[in-house]
Design a protein around this ligand. Structure first.
Ligand SMILES: Nc1ncnc2c1ncn2[C@@H]1O[C@H](COP(=O)(O)OP(=O)(O)O)[C@@H](O)[C@H]1O
Ligand SMILES: [Mg+2]
Length: 358
C-alpha cells in the first residue's frame, strides 16, 4: 500500500518534466495523469461552460462504473472539476494521489491561461492601440480591466515571496532562499509588464488622471528602491541615492513612483554586473530636477529620440514591452515637465526629468 503511494509520488514529478502549452494542455495533462493513476476516460468541466473529454479505452463507450472527481482550485478559487472514470474501483491511495495531481493540474492550467492572456494583450496592443476609433477604445477598456485583475494576484505573489524572504516565519536554507528570490524577480518582471500595459492603455484612451498632493520625494523613491532590491542584488549593482532630506514635491505620488520604477528598471536592465546606478535630485526657484544615471551599455545618439516612441527597443529583450519610456515621458508631460537623455555607448546613460514647482 505504502509502496504504491511512494511510487506515485515519484511519478507525480512527471508533471514538471512535460512541456504544456495552450494547444495541447488538456491532452498532455490527461496523458501524464494516466501514467500515474490508470483510468478509461477523463473529463474536465470548466465553470465557464467549456468541457474537455478524453478516452483511453473502449470501456469508455459505456458509462464507467466508478468515477472520482476533484475540484480545480487555485488560491481558493474554484474554476472547474476534473473527473476520471473506469470499471475497476479506485483505491483510497489512488484517490489521494489523484487529488494531489488535481492541485498540480489546476496550477498548470491557470498558468497557461495567464500566459495567453498576456500574449493576447500584447498582440492586441501592437495591432490597434494607436488608432482612435471606438473599437480600440473598447479594447483599451478591456485591456485595462484584465490588467487590473492580474495585478492583485501578482501583488500577493510578490508579498508572500517577500514575507518568506524576510525569514520572519521560518528559516530558509540556501536553495529555498534562491528559489524565493527567483519568484520575486519573475513576479516583478511580470508586474512591470502588466503595469506598463495598464498605463499605456489609460494614456491612449485619455483616462489617465493626476491626483496631486505635496509629499516627501525621498520617501517616494525609497519605496520604489525597496521593491527593486532583488534586481539590484541579482546583478550585484551598487546603488547611490542623493535626494536631499525634506525635499518636497507637489505631484501625483504613484505616477512619480512609476517614473522612478521605469527608469531604475531600465538602468538595472542595461547595466552589466557590478555596475553603478545613481539617483539624485535638486531644486531651483521654479523646477525640481531628478536624474537617474547608470554606467551601463549606453545608447547611440541616433536613438536618443526614438527610444521614447511606443514599442521601440534598440535590441529585443525578453520580459520587456518597449513601453516604459513612452509612459514615463507621458507622465512627465502631464506634470508639465520635460525628460531628456544624455548617453554614450559603453559609457552609460542619464535620464533627466524637470518638473515645474506648483
Ligand atoms: N538606461 C538605459 N541604458 C541603455 N539603454 C536604455 C536605457 N533605458 C532605455 N534604454 C533603451 O531604450 C529602449 C526603450 O526603453 P523602454 O521604453 O523602457 O522599454 P523596455 O525597457 O521595455 O525595453 C530599451 O529597450 C533600450 O534599448
Ligand atoms: Mg523599460
Amino acid at each position: 500500500m505504502k509502496n504504491y503511494y511512494k511510487n506515485s509520488i515519484n511519478k507525480i514529478k512527471n508533471f514538471y518534466s512535460v512541456k504544456f502549452d495552450e494547444n495541447n494542455v488538456e491532452t498532455a495533462l490527461f496523458d501524464t495523469l494516466n501514467r500515474i493513476v490508470e483510468f478509461d476516460c477523463g473529463k474536465i468541466y470548466y465553470l465557464n461552460g467549456k468541457e474537455k473529454t478524453l478516452t483511453y479505452s473502449n470501456n469508455c463507450n459505456i458509462t464507467p462504473k466508478h468515477v472520482t472527481e476533484a475540484e480545480l482550485c487555485v488560491q481558493g478559487l474554484n474554476f472547474g472539476i476534473i473527473e476520471i472514470g473506469r470499471n475497476k474501483i479506485f483505491t483510497e491511495e489512488e484517490i489521494l494521489v489523484f487529488e494531489s495531481c488535481a492541485t498540480i493540474i489546476a496550477g498548470i492550467l491557470k498558468d497557461i491561461e495567464m500566459n495567453s492572456i498576456i500574449k493576447m494583450q500584447l498582440s492586441m496592443l501592437q495591432e490597434g492601440i494607436s488608432a482612435k476609433n471606438t473599437e480600440n477604445l473598447i479594447k483599451n477598456n478591456f485591456i485595462s480591466n484584465v490588467s487590473h485583475e492580474l495585478r492583485s494576484p501578482l501583488n500577493s505573489i510578490l508579498g508572500f515571496a517577500e514575507l518568506l524572504d524576510s525569514q520572519f516565519i521560518g528559516t530558509l536554507n540556501e536553495k529555498q532562499s534562491e528559489y524565493v528570490e527567483d519568484i520575486r524577480i519573475a513576479g516583478l518582471h511580470l508586474l512591470t509588464m502588466v503595469n506598463e500595459i495598464l498605463d499605456i492603455s489609460k494614456i491612449e484612451s485619455g483616462t489617465m488622471n493626476l491626483t496631486l498632493r505635496t509629499f516627501d520625494l525621498k520617501q517616494n523613491v525609497n519605496e520604489v528602491v525597496n521593491i527593486l532590491k532583488p534586481l539590484f542584488a541579482k546583478k550585484n549593482l551598487k546603488f547611490r541615492s542623493k535626494i536631499p532630506e525634506e525635499m518636497k514635491i507637489t505631484a501625483d505620488y504613484t505616477k512619480i513612483q512609476q517614473i522612478f520604477f521605469n527608469l531604475l528598471s531600465n538602468a538595472i536592465k542595461f547595466t552589466p554586473e557590478n555596475g553603478l546606478v545613481q539617483i539624485k535630485s535638486s531644486e531651483s526657484a521654479n523646477n525640481i530636477t531628478i536624474s537617474v544615471k547608470d554606467n551601463g551599455c549606453g545608447i547611440e545618439k541616433e536613438f536618443h529620440k526614438k527610444i521614447f516612441d511606443k514599442f521601440v527597443q534598440i535590441s529585443q529583450m525578453a520580459d520587456s514591452t518597449g513601453l516604459g519610456l513612452t509612459i514615463t515621458s507621458e507622465i512627465v508631460k502631464m506634470h508639465g515637465g520635460k525628460i531628456s537623455v544624455k548617453s554614450e555607448p559603453q559609457k552609460g546613460s542619464e535620464f533627466i526629468i524637470k518638473i515645474p514647482k506648483l
